[in-house]
Structures are given as C-alpha cells and as structure tokens.
Design a protein around this ligand. Structure first.
Ligand code: GSH
Length: 222
C-alpha cells in the first residue's frame, strides 16, 4: 500500500528462533518490507538492550524508531497497524478473544516445554507428561478445524509456530517421541497444512538448517 515503503521497519531477531519467526510470519502476511537484524543471543547488542531493557530478549520490532517487544504483542501491533494483506485476528470481539485465549494457552503450556524436554530422568518424565496433556487439549481443539484460527491461519496458529516446525526437530535431536501420529492425528494434519501453506513456505527457516543448528546447540550430553 502507498506510503508503506517509506516506513522504517526493523526486526531484531534470530533466524533460528521460533519467536522471531512468529514476527516474520506476521510481517509477511501483511506484505510489510522489513530489515532483519540478526542478534547473537549469547552476546546481545547494545541496541537490543536499549530497545528491550525489561526482558532483554529478541524479537523486538522497531517501527519508525519506536520499539515493541514480546512476540504476541508485536503481532497484534502489526495486525492493528497494517491493514494490507491477510488479517491475523478476526473482527468479531468474541472470536478475537478466543484467538487470544488459544494463543496464550499455547504460549503458556507448550512453548516452555521445549527447554525442559531436553532434560533427563524424572524432570523429563514430568515435562513429557505436561506436554502430552497440552497436546491432548490442542488435539481436541482442532476437531472439525483446519487451523486453530478456523479455515485460515490466525494468531493462535502463528503462536503455535514452534509446534509446526521446531517440536519435531527437538524430538529428533533429543531422540524422544512425544507427538505420535496415532495419538495426535489432527495435530499432524495441522502441521502438514501449516508448513505447506504459501505464507509458511516463504517464512519458515529450512528444516535441514534448523536441524543442524539444534544438533550443534541443543544436543543433550549423555
Ligand atoms: N516471550 C518472549 C520470548 C522470547 C525469547 O524467549 N527469546 C529468546 C530467543 S528464542 C531470547 O532472546 N533469549 C535470550 C535470553 O533469554 O537471554 C516472546 O514471545 O517474544
């Protein structure tokens, strides 16, 4: 849309981060041009610390010099700011509330598991149990639906980005299997629809490259 090209949109992120990827997906859904500033989370830049002094984490969106942190907040900001492209949240207040509800559930219950799933012994058992409980809930939620957002990808789907690509990679690296096809057929179907969708084909990092990254950084010491 006219004028958008003149705007300054910078994303402080990292190509292998599912959180950073969420924001890239939202920007691509809206057709917003942006510059990705690759951060090293082990050696954060002064600018990242300046723009996200509270959490000191990526992603941070810088729009015309104004920073916004936290991926869910950033995605809602993107949806509110750019009316071009594909809407991310529905219009109806109840549907908007439901989208936010599931986005929060996925963020709270599933995403923290990617760290603990790498642990061993009792800790891993507990983490796996909690992950399975969350997966069962999501499996139920997908009944009769293509995406968490219904017929199209919405906020909750983007927040479940980790489940779409990263989860399987972590299972492979950690040599565990939680997300089995027989227990979670709808989630498997969702993953296929998600990664094959046109926006994800141009937004998600390459699986083989992510796998190498996690093999390097996340392989548990045995
Ligand atoms: N709740 C945050 C989570 C972001 C996050 O965990 N970012 C990680 C990279 S994947 C990070 O910056 N870690 C650096 C640190 O924890 O110091 C969001 O949704 O944006």
């Amino acid at each position: 849309m006219a004028g958008y090209e003149e705007e300054e949109v910078k994303l402080f992120g990292a190509w292998g981060s599912p959180f950073s990827s969420r924001v890239e997906i939202a920007l691509k859904m809206k057709g917003v041009k942006y510059q990705l500033i690759e951060e090293d989370t082990g050696n954060k830049s002064p600018l990242l610390l300046k723009y996200n002094p509270v959490h000191k984490k990526i992603p941070v969106l810088l729009h015309n010099g104004k920073p916004i942190a936290e991926s869910i907040v950033i995605i809602e900001y993107i949806d509110d700011t750019w009316k071009s492209g594909t809407p991310i949240l529905p219009q109806h207040p109840h549907q908007r509330a439901m989208a936010r509800f599931w986005a929060k559930y996925i963020d709270d219950k599933l995403v923290p598991m990617w760290k603990s799933i790498r642990s061993t012994g009792e800790e891993q058992e507990q983490a796996t149990k909690e992950t399975e409980e969350a997966l069962r809930t999501l499996e139920n939620e997908l009944q009769g639906k293509k995406f968490f957002g219904g017929e199209t990808i919405g906020l909750a789907d983007i927040i479940a980005n980790f489940l779409g690509l990263w989860f399987g990679i972590l299972e492979e690296v950690c040599e565990i299997k939680v997300l089995t096809q027989d227990k979670y057929p709808r989630i498997h179907q969702w993953i296929n629809e998600y990664v094959e969708s046109s926006v994800m084909k141009t937004s998600l990092p390459k699986r083989s490259e992510l796998l190498s990254l996690f093999q390097t950084y996340f392989k548990p010491t045995k």
